[in-house]
Ligand binder design. Sequence first.
Ligand code: SF4
Ligand code: SF4
Ligand code: SF4
Ligand code: FES
Length: 950
Amino acid sequence: MNKLNDTDYGTPQRESATSVTLEIDGVSITVPAGTSVMRASTEAGINVPKLCATDSLEAFGSCRVCLVEIEGRKGYPASCTTPVENGMKVKTQTPKLADIRRGMMELYISDHPLDCLTCPTNGNCELQDVAGLVGLREVRYGYQGKNHLDLKKDESNPYFTYDASKCIVCNRCVRACEETQGTFALTIDGRGFDSRVAAGQNDSFMESDCVSCGACVQACPTATLTEKSVIMMGQAEHSKITTCAYCGVGCAFKAEMKGNEVVRMVPWKDGKANHGHSCVKGRFAWGYATHKDRMLKPMIRKKITDPWQEVSWEEAIGYAASEFRRIQDKHGRDSIGGITSSRCTNEEVYLVQKLVRAAFGNNNVDTCARVCHSPTGYGLKQTLGESAGTQTFDSVMHADVIMVIGANPAVAHPVFASQMKRRLRQGAKLIVVDPRTTEMVKSPHVQADYHLKLKPGTNVAIISALAHVVVTEGLCSEAYIAERCDAQSFKDWKEFVSRPENSPEALAEVTGVPAETVRSAARLYATGGNAAIYYGLGVTEHAQGSTMVMGIANLAMATGNVGREGVGVNPLRGQNNVQGSCDMGSFPHELPGYRHISDSIARAEFEARWGVTLNPEPGLRIPNMFDAALDGSFMGLYCQGEDIVQSDPNTQHVASALSAMECIVVQDLFLNETAKYAHVFLPGSSFLEKDGTFTNAERRISRVSKVMPAKAGYSDWEVTQLLANALGYAMNYSHPSEIMDEIASLTPTFHGVTFKKIEQLGSVQWPCNDAAPEGTPIMHIDTFVRGKGKFFITQYVPTTEKITRKFPLILTTGRILSQYNVGAQTRRTENVQWHSEDRLEIHPHDAEERGIHQDDWVGIESRSGQTVLRATITENVQPGVVYTTFHFPESGANVITTDNSDWATNCPEYKVTAVQVMPVTQHSEWQRDYQEFNRQQLELAHLESEAGGA
Ligand code: SF4
Ligand code: SF4
Ligand code: SF4
Ligand code: FES
C-alpha cells in the first residue's frame, strides 16, 4: 500500500549542471541551481507553510504564507519565488514570520466557511493544515464582514463541484489548466475582493472549454474544487499504484480506496508517462467497473437463438473445452482459434496465445492490433529493426520540430498532447499532416506552422513529396546515413524520390496540398533542429499503411532524426496495451518478442518450455478467420476482451462469419456485440480486479494492481488457465508474476523484467536485459537494431476505394475525447454527457448541396452498407470529406467501412470509404435489423436494456 499523499515540494524540480549549497535553519543542503528556497527546504526536511505553491506548477507568489528571512536581505521574501544562492542563510521559523503568517491566515479564514467537520476535504485540506501549522487560534477581523460565503456552487460537471464560497483565489487551478493541461479554460475574473475563478466567460464548467481533465481539482488546496465521489464517500483510507486501462499513454494512478471501493483515481506524480496528469477518462471514467450491466455469471447456450443459461464456472469451462475438442475432431486441428485483446494485461495475452499454440495446437491467434497498428510493427521492423516506437514521451521536450501525422493526440492521447503543447508553448515548431483541422492545428496557444490538409488516402504521396524536397534540395544528413544506413537501399530510395513525378508540384493535385506548403514543411523538418514524428491510425489504417510507416522511417533516417533525445519515429498506440499485446506473440506468425514461428531455434525454446511441438506454419489472421468461417473450415473461437463485431470493418460480413461458427466463447465485462453471437459467455474482470502489466506506446511496462476482488470470482488470466486445464494442457500459475517470469525467460528483450523490478523502478521500458538492466528509454542510439537502417521504396498506389458519381464523398473515421473505442466502458459512465451519439461531420458546401441542416438525420451509404446518423456541419472537414466516430453500436460506422486492407498486414482501410450522404427520415434497414436482433439477444440474456444499446 502507498501512503495517500506524496510530499509536495512546492515548486518544480530543476535540472542544472551547477549545484548550489545553502543553509536553511542551520541545515546545509545542496540543490541544482534554479531551485527555489521552498523546494530546498522541503528537500532538507523543513516544512515551510504554503498555499498558492505546489510542485506541479511554476511559483506564483500570491498567498504570502511561505515568507522566510534571509541573512543580509531586507524584508521577508516568499520562499516559493526566491531561487537559492550559494552561501545563503535562510530562517523559516522566527517569531516575526509566525506573526505575519498568522495574520495572513486570519484574513483567509475570516472569509471562509467554518464547516470543517462537515467539509468533504476534512483531513485532506491544505488550508486546514496551514492554519494548524501557523498556530491560528483566533480571527480578529470576525466573520461578519463582507464575504463570499453565499456564493452558489457550480455542480454542472458530472465529476466535480466548484464551491466558490471556499475559494482562496490562490490561482492554482488557473495555472493547472494552463501549464499542466494546456486548455486555458479558467481565469480569475474581477479584481481585489471581487476576484473569483471563472470558467470561460463566466460560464458553468460544462458550458466552458473545460475538458474535465481534473488538473484543477487536483491542484486546488481547499474543498472548492472537489470530486463528487469524495463528497459522496469521504476521504480514502489506502491507495495502490496502478495503470490506466484506456489509451496507450499508460498514465500511472493511485487508486484511492475505502475498503474495496474506489474513492477516486489520482494521477501518480512519479508516473513516468504522465507525471501526475491525466485526462477525463482515466481520472473519472472508471464507474463502468461496477456498472449494473456487468455480467458476473458464466452462461452457455447451444444456439444463438436459445436463451442463455447461467451455469457454474466448471460447467461453462467444461462445455467450452468439450465443444472445442468436438469441433477439432470434426473439422480438423486448425478449425479453432483465439483472439487476444489490447485491453488485457501482458500476462493474459501471453496465456491466450500460449493456449492457442500449445492447447489448440495451431497458430490461429490474432489480436485487435491487426486493425490498428499492425503496419507499425511491420514497417518499423523492416526499416529500423524493431516493431516499436523509438522514444520516451518526455523526449518531446527536446524536440524543435514536431510533425504529427494522422493523429489527434488532443482527443486520443490527451496527456501526451498536454506535454506536446507545453513544448509548443516553449517555441517548438509544428507541422500537422491531417485531412481535418483538429485541435492540434489550432487551439488556445497552439497554431500549426504548416497544416498539410491532404485528401484521405494520399499519405504515401505526401511522404514521397516531403522526401523529394529533402533529397533534391540537399537536406539529407549525409554523414549520418553513411555511418548508420544501408548504402544501396539509400541510393535506390534517393533515386526514386528524386524523380520528377514525386515532386510536391507533380503530386499537388493528388494530395490536394499546395506544393509550396509541402516544400516549406520539408525544409523545416530537415533543418529545424531535433525533429520528431508522431503518428497515429491515420497512417496505419490504409491500404498502404505499411508503406507509409516505412516512408516515415525513411524520412527520419535521411535527416538523421533517429537515435537521440528529441527526435524519432513515434507511433501513438491506441489502446492501453497494444504494444504489449503485439510483444506477447499475438500475431499468427510470431512468437513472443517478434520471433517468427518458422524460426526453429526460437520454436525449440518454446517447445522445450511448454512441452509441446509447435506448428512452424503461421496461422490465420482475423479476416482470414472470418473467411474460413464462411467456407466452413473455421468453426470455433475464443475471444477475450475484444468486440470484433463493433470494431472490425464491414460489420455485416463479420456477423455472417460469426453466425456460421459452431462455438464462440466470449470473455468480457459486458454482453458486448460479439457476445450476442456467442455460445459460451465467461465473465471478464476489470483492470481493478487483477494483477499484471500493461506496456504503453513508449515500450514502458507498468504494473496493474488488483485493488478489489474479482467480481465474478476469477481474474481473466485464471479463466484462460482453467480452460487450458480443461483442454488437457496443464497450466499452474499461482500469480501473474510467474507468467511474467516465463515471458522474461523466453523473450530476449524481456530477460531482465520482473514484477519486483517494475515496482522498484516504477516502470521499465523494454529492451530490459543484461545489456540494459534498467531498460531502454531511447532505441537505436549508436546503431539500428537491425544493424544498418534500411530504406524502402514507397511507391504511391491510389486505393481501389474510389469516389464515383454514386459515392462522391470520402468517409474517414476517428475518435473523440470523452468516449473510448467501441465505447463499452465510457458509454457506461457520465462521459455520455459530452458525447451521447456518433455524429457525421460534413462541410457546409456538401451539406448545402444536399439540403442537409445542422442536426438533421442523414443516411450514409457505401459499397458495404448503409446507416443513419445526425449531421454536424463544420469546416473542420474539407469539402468532399465526411467524418464520424464508432463509439456506439447502433450507429454502425463499421457497417459502412469496407474489406480493403493494408497490403502487408491486412490492417483495414478504415480511413477511406467512398460514400454518399443524403437527408433521411428513418433508420437504415441495417439499423432496424440491429435493433430487433439486439432486443432479442437482451431478452435471451434476461436483460432489459444496456447502456448505449439501441
Ligand atoms: S478540468 Fe482540466 S480543462 Fe477543465 S478547467 Fe480544470 S484543468 Fe481546465
Ligand atoms: S478554486 Fe481552488 S485552486 Fe482555484 S483559486 Fe480557488 S482555492 Fe485556489
Ligand atoms: S491519457 Fe490515456 S492513459 Fe492517460 S488517463 Fe487519459 S486515457 Fe488514461
Ligand atoms: S506559497 Fe509562496 S507565496 Fe504562496
